[in-house]
Ligand binder design. Sequence first.
Ligand code: C2E
Ligand code: CA
Ligand code: CA
Length: 454
Amino acid sequence: LKTLELAELAQSLTHMQVAIHERELRVLALAEKDVLTGVYNRVGFLRRVESLLSQQRPMTAILINIDRFQQINDTLGHPFGDQVLIAFADQLVQLLAAVPDAVLARFGGDEFAALVPMDQPDWAGLVDRMQHQFELPLQVTERQLDVRATVGIAHCPLHAKNAVDLMCCADEAMYIAKEERIGCRVYNPERQRFRTEHLSLLGELKAALASDQLMLYFQPKVCLQPSKNQDQPVLHQAEALIRWQHPERGFIPPSEFIPFAEQTSDIRDLTRWVIAEGCMNAAKLGEQGHAVRVSVNISVRDLLDGQFYLYVRECLAEANVPPSRLCLEITESGAMEEAPAVLDNLNQLKQMGVAMAIDDYGTGYSSLSYVRQLPVSELKIDQSFIKHMIDSPNDMMIVHSTIELAHSLGFSVVAEGVETQQISQLLVDFGCDWSQGYFYARPLPFADYATWLA
Ligand code: C2E
Ligand code: CA
Ligand code: CA
């Protein structure tokens, strides 16, 4: 009997071991899957990618980010947003079904990643099919929805030799594609080198602020509806744009240091300098008999500093200019609603009487319905829409309807990047309030701007 019992015990122990092992495998598989869509998650994906890469096979990583997903969530609700993600994932599963050894994952949020072998079938054809598919409406439950996406591509071993680096390269390519508003970009190592140079430049910015290497140029914002604006507090506006004259490198355009400064807290010192200088110049113009509202560019990172509005107040008092002579241009950004300090600063500034504008409107992710909740008075339509107005009926319609909608919500509208008489006239016809661009004047040194005004 004893022997029989022992044998049974041994057997059930073995069963138990097998069951535990199976459950472990299931848990492990779950840990590697995205619960919402059933495709791999980041952990699972990177694991698969590492094992494929170890086979020395050339691979292509494709990073896919849904455009304006935030807007879908905001307007249609999170549960519907989830359905969109599921439908989008299904669409990718189908696209990749014919590709042997392809791996698909959702990296959380609205970001998907695919890894495909470079040899079969060609990756470029696959990306073409993807982009074509993204142009078509997506069926989500009973609705048809326009869901566009931007793609970043990197190759292994050409661009990176491990999974993490490979995805970083694809990520960078995707961001550049978003910035340029083109659907797809392949990683470009040249740009990376460019970036390293820029970081070294950033190190020199502090010294530049302390010496006299930085200056402000002024570009007029021209009033397009003088009769309508007669009762406004200001009849002239100008945007202050920073210029850096480096003792060795010569002139450095803002695009080569601002975006990098904005990644760090260096931007705060720069913004403080610009605001103080802008207020002083507004005061000088006032003394010369010109009531000019000077716009300066600030970044969301400035607004994360709870004391920011106090600094602005100090600068205005120091220069003895009324707050209505200052306008702060802020690029729309999702970060605005996340940090309480941002809204707090904006409200305080509005109460003080400082004007505020949303810059580069149309390139970010916020909708008008979101922007209307912010205490801003002006909307600047991004130059990419203005520039193509004549040859793109779509852009023309966007500009026209944005002006009308913005007006109905109480915003004043500025068009940026106006380069021709024809566009200027169209904007007048559309009822746009202010206009800025090379057609009227390029950014000018202070003295030249004062002359231009006179
Ligand atoms: P932004 O705020 O959108 O400024 C407008 C840019 O468009 C300026 O470039 C201006 O020179 C250029 N622009 C104006 N009219 C036209 C036109 O008709 N055609 C074309 N092609 N371009 C036109 P800029 O001065 O190179 O500045 C680039 C960006 O750098 C600015 O874009 C802004 O985001 C940033 N920036 C400039 N100064 C400052 C600053 O003091 N602080 C911060 N945070 N950012 C700044
Ligand atoms: Ca601006
Ligand atoms: Ca702008």
